[in-house]
Design a protein around this ligand. Structure first.
Ligand SMILES: Cc1cc2nc3c(=O)[nH]c(=O)nc-3n(C[C@H](O)[C@H](O)[C@H](O)COP(=O)(O)O)c2cc1C
Length: 344
């Protein structure tokens, strides 16, 4: 599935991914209070299109009743699933008792889950967790309390990022922890088992297959690996079916995806904002281009649609084979996305 990614996983990114084999997607974390107050622009994260289903709307908040009211708004807006974020490690979010903070306060986390369940008895609910707040035994107990309540309340899906909240985006995700999760469902009837998604360090389709095989989870939550690489979904599907890895997308396939992404982004943000928004996305696409570093430098300097069109005309008119991505991205790239996450 296409992961929640603040600043990225909007209707444009999700739709481009779906056209390349992604079966399910979630929004970025939307703030309950912003939705309830009707916005100031941030509610653009809740925009959907007909192609963008099934889709989960992800919410973040601290007050059970406000969160439940915002969940109802997302159901009315056409979301198929409501996802609660108890994972975000950003200081500002934690400081307001939201996101990953809730893994240190299971009583409030459980109150939120129960209030939302009561408010929406027939809606599919899911939850995004990290493997704990930190490495302490107490944090492991807090995780268990929240995880078990999701089972009690018949949540449809649970996604777990294999890092702790305090790790933020440093170090490796603990896939061994993820591999121990399916056994916790063994006492449940098959019909009441949630779908378990694993997250963390999935940068290529080969990584996704390795996580799937190593953990035995039901699905893979593809996050940074999908930014600028929507082909990762069809590649993973091929590997799962035992087929060889498809060739990386050609320059013309990349151009088609960039044009689709831009035109969908214009529908959401208008032309001016979309041109700026696309810079950080296009530089990720450039990694698949045979002249990647040059294309990267030109995309990062784009200020308006004319300059955007010029870069496409200069570098994407002639077709050529695309570049295969390495399994472990370079450190600078990881830092860029983590810094953006910290800025949310
Ligand atoms: C820039 C950025 C923004 C993110 N925003 C969200 C978000 O809004 N909701 C969410 O559930 N996770 C969010 N995450 C976490 C990812 O979905 C994912 O769990 C995490 O990056 C680990 O996967 P990866 O190592 O394969 O990237 C974000 C991560 C990054 C890097």
């Amino acid at each position: 599935m296409q992961a929640g990614l603040a600043g990225y996983s909007d209707m444009a990114m999700r739709t481009v991914a779906r056209r390349r084999g992604c079966p399910y997607a979630v929004t970025e974390a939307l703030l309950d209070q912003v939705l309830l107050r009707g916005g100031r622009g941030r509610e653009k994260g809740a925009i959907l299109c007909d192609e963008d289903h099934p889709v989960a709307g992800q919410l973040m908040g601290s007050d059970p009743h406000e969160l439940a009211a915002a969940c109802k708004l997302l159901v009315t807006a056409g979301f198929d699933v409501i996802d609660l974020n108890f994972a975000c490690p950003v200081k500002k979010v934690m400081g307001r008792s939201r996101g990953g903070y809730l893994l240190s306060d299971p009583a409030t986390a459980i109150a939120i889950m129960r209030t939302v369940r009561d408010a929406l008895p027939h809606t599919l609910l899911s939850i995004k967790l990290r493997r704990a707040l930190n490495e302490t035994p107490q944090a492991a107990d807090w995780f268990d309390e929240v995880f078990n309540e999701a089972l009690n309340l018949r949540f449809a899906a649970i996604a777990i990022h294999g890092r702790t909240v305090e790790q933020k985006y440093t170090g490796r995700a603990n896939w061994d922890f993820l591999a121990r999760l399916p056994a916790r469902l063994s006492s449940l009837q098959p019909s009441s088992r949630p779908t378990l998604f694993g997250s963390g360090d999935v940068f290529t389709a080969a990584d996704a297959l390795r996580m799937y095989q190593h953990t035995g989870l039901d699905g893979i939550w593809i996050a940074r690996g999908a930014i600028g690489n929507p082909w990762i979904f069809r590649e993973f599907a091929a590997l799962l079916a035992g087929q060889p890895l498809p060739l990386p997308p050609s320059v013309h396939e990349q151009k088609d995806a960039l044009l689709e992404h831009f035109s969908l982004a214009v529908q959401i943000y208008g032309e001016e904002l979309a041109s700026r928004q696309m810079r950080k996305i296009a530089i990720k696409y450039s990694k698949l281009h045979p002249d990647g570093p040059t294309v990267w430098r030109e995309f990062i300097a784009v200020k308006n649609q004319r300059e955007w069109d010029d870069v496409l005309a200069r570098h994407y008119t002639k077709d050529a084979a695309g570049i295969s991505l390495p399994s472990v991205p370079d450190a600078a790239d990881l830092c860029n996305t983590s810094c953006e996450a910290a800025a949310v």
